[in-house]
Design a protein around this ligand. Structure first.
Ligand code: R1P
Ligand code: GUN
Length: 232
């Protein structure tokens, strides 16, 4: 699994709150030079292992001017920029054993799991930094220009990153439930007078700062999921 800075590159199997889980500590990215089908292969393996629900996290730049560094954004939707250019993980012959040729994406992000995250976040006292919004994926590895940030914001994106969406598409194609969230690690620079510069060091520092709260949010959600599933 992606061994660049900030991605441990481990696959961990175990029990979390009494539930069997497999955890990918790290992921592959387009900017590392992998084919998009390779980046998303773990999703198909998880599906074959019997995984029913996928929880994805990422670090992202905040385009929404109301967002602060350290906010956690529940993903309610995405904009797939590489997909617009034909780089979609499902391009090529469809493997019908996994899913249909033309999968729906308007229901990509499970509403019940989003609500569960809001409820759990409130209970844990995270209300002040829990948000929801639209994530836009780009190819990277260069961060965005000011004009690109302005454009993405105008298009309706609240956060921008270089991952997650490819995995979401493949996970949904094979019928897994998806929940995803972005940690806003830096504010996207939207103003020519700004002195701020996006940098990976800030991304890692913010991730470290919120790590314990993110872990608590995920583990509490997992603890509640059976209840949630039973009532689905
Ligand atoms: O999306 P993840 O993998 O969390 O990481 C994000 O942060 C890195 C840039 O700092 C890029 O890899 C970007 O995609
Ligand atoms: N593309 C992109 N990815 C990120 N990952 C963390 N922050 C950012 C950002 O500002 N832009």
């Amino acid at each position: 699994i992606g061994c660049l800075d900030g991605h441990a590159g481990r696959l961990v199997f175990g029990m979390l709150k009494g539930k069997p889980c497999v955890c990918m500590q790290g992921r592959f990215h387009l900017y590392e030079g992998y084919a998009i089908q390779k980046i998303t292969l773990p999703m198909r393996i998880f599906s074959l292992l019997g995984v029913e629900t996928v929880i994805l996290t990422n670090a992202a730049g905040g385009l929404n001017q109301d967002f602060k560094v350290g906010d956690i954004m529940i993903m309610k939707d995405h904009i797939n920029m590489p997909g617009f250019a034909g780089n979609n993980p499902l391009a090529g012959p469809n493997d019908d054993r996994f899913g249909v040729r033309f999968p729906c994406m308007s229901d990509a992000y499970d509403r019940e799991l989003q609500q569960l995250a809001v409820d759990v976040g409130q209970e844990l006292g995270y209300g002040d930094f829990l948000r929801e919004g639209v994530y836009c994926v780009l190819g990277g590895p260069s961060f965005e220009t000011i004009a690109e940030c302005r454009m993405l914001h105008n298009l309706g994106a609240d956060a921008v990153g270089m991952s997650t969406v490819h995995e979401v598409i493949v996970a949904r194609h094979c019928g897994m439930r998806v929940f995803a969230m972005s940690l806003i690690t830096n504010k996207s620079v939207m103003d020519y007078d700004s002195e701020e510069k996006a940098n990976h060091k800030e991304v890692l520092e913010t991730a470290q700062h919120r790590a314990v709260q993110l872990q608590k949010l995920v583990s509490t959600m997992v603890a509640r999921m059976e209840f949630n599933n039973t009532n689905a």
